[in-house]
Design a protein around this ligand. Structure first.
Ligand code: GLA
Length: 409
């Protein structure tokens, strides 16, 4: 009898202390995560060939050098559970197994991401993690998983805080640092409670590759770029290093015009959003690639201060967004929401921009900034002179204001 007590006491100590002191892994997403996810481009059509070829393409296309890191397999990779309840991949789609795939991805210097769901079934009807959270976390860690996107389908009757905390604790117990991406669509306002649970949280329903639409599916909708941007407006004060608002994955290269793709990518960078590409990177056009690997735009997204932009001015179909950057610099995005080209005549000296949240101001009467266009990669003088430009419809003029005036040629 006695000799059973000690192991039990030790087990209890481990379980009790791990749940009492459980936490998310810190320092994993000090800037918004960047990578690729299978869902927007491929839906349920995932297999190991696609994932390997995508990892290869992320390297040869220059995306890896630009900062894209996580290769995430979304829904539908799953097979069934074994007799002990451990999840297995669909053997016909992933015949080499997930450990081998993780090794392949790591061999390319990239990181491995996977998908599950709080309910008994995923959105795509595959086995979810309900009741198997610790087993799933264990097996993901054994496969070398670095990132888990955790969805919210079939969650009836569950507490969102409880369900996501359980998976956080399960992941933490494995000892492997794994980014936890909450995909709860903003239904329970995760920005108010998820800071200590996950590293990013979806703020909206699913995105779709259109400029300004709602694709209504009855009980749920997909949203176009402007609709999602508008939903982000009240949320900027909730995001920061290690905990990000996630306005959903990128649709760049998935059918919108180049201008719309550019505006979408620019605004995600302004919002300090995770940059998860969602296109077929093996076959993308040179134009799509140039958008995705623009290092100056990515540097805005990845700015270490981690303060998202706010809409400072709205006039005549143009919205002017401002994002305070480190080193007292700023990013400014003139977003042309309209269907017509718009002429900008913007006299910095008469436009005082104040951000109460970060206690930062642009006062061009006191400070001269150098102005750089991040898409043409050209310097445009300084804020001493008024800005004159034409922004095409559904496009942006994205600028960085450099306080030092120390601009690259
Ligand atoms: C939900 C998510 C999507 C995707 C699908 C997969 O709709 O919001 O991002 O993961 O499920 O079925």
């Amino acid at each position: 009898m006695e000799h059973h007590r000690l192991p039990l006491a030790i087990l209890c100590l481990i379980i009790c202390s791990s749940s009492l002191y459980a936490q998310k892994f810190e320092n994993l997403a000090l800037t918004p995560p960047m990578g690729w996810n299978s869902w927007n481009g491929f839906g349920c059509n995932v297999d190991e060939k696609l994932i390997r070829e995508t990892a290869d393409a992320i390297v040869w296309s220059g995306m890896k050098d630009a900062g894209f890191q996580y290769v995430v397999i979304d829904d539908c990779w799953h097979g069934d559970r074994d007799a002990q309840g451990f999840i297995r991949p669909d053997a016909s789609r992933f015949p080499s197994g997930m450990k081998a795939l993780g090794d392949y991805i790591h061999g390319k210097g990239l990181k491995f991401g996977i998908y599950s769901d709080v309910g008994a079934k995923t959105c795509g009807g595959r086995p979810g993690s309900r009741g198997h959270e610790y087993q799933d976390a264990m097996i993901y860690a054994s496969w070398g998983v670095d990132y888990l996107k955790y969805d919210w389908c079939n969650s009836e009757g569950l507490s969102a805080v409880g369900a996501y905390t359980t998976m956080r604790d399960a992941l933490h117990t494995t000892g492997r640092p794994i980014v936890l991406s909450l995909c709860e669509w903003g239904e329970n306002k995760p920005w108010e409670w998820a800071k200590n649970i996950g590293h990013l949280w979806r703020t909206t329903g699913d995105i779709t590759a259109c400029w300004d639409c709602e694709e209504n599916h009855g009980t749920w909708s997909r949203w176009g770029i402007l609709r999602i941007i508008d939903k982000e407006k009240p949320l900027r004060n909730y995001a920061g290093p290690g905990h990000w608002n996630d306005p959903d994955m990128l649709e760049v290269g998935n059918g919108m015009s180049a201008a719309e793709d550019r505006a979408h990518f620019s605004m995600w960078a302004m919002l300090a959003a995770p940059l998860m590409s969602g296109n077929d990177v093996r076959k993308m056009s040179a134009e799509t690639r140039q958008i995705l690997i623009n290092k100056d735009v990515i540097a805005v997204d990845q700015d270490p201060l981690g303060v998202p932009a706010f809409p400072a001015v709205s006039e005549n179909g143009i919205e002017i967004w401002a994002r305070p950057l480190s080193n007292e610099n700023w990013a400014i995005c003139f977003l042309n929401r309209s269907d017509l080209p718009k002429t900008i005549d913007f006299d910095w000296k008469n436009r005082y921009i104040d951000d109460a949240m970060s206690s930062r101001q642009i006062d061009a009467r006191k400070t001269t900034y150098g102005v750089r266009d991040l898409w043409t990669e050209k310097n445009m003088g300084t804020t001493d002179a008024p800005l004159r430009a034409v922004v095409p419809p559904h496009d942006v003029l994205l600028l960085r204001l450099d306080k030092t005036g120390d601009l690259r040629p």
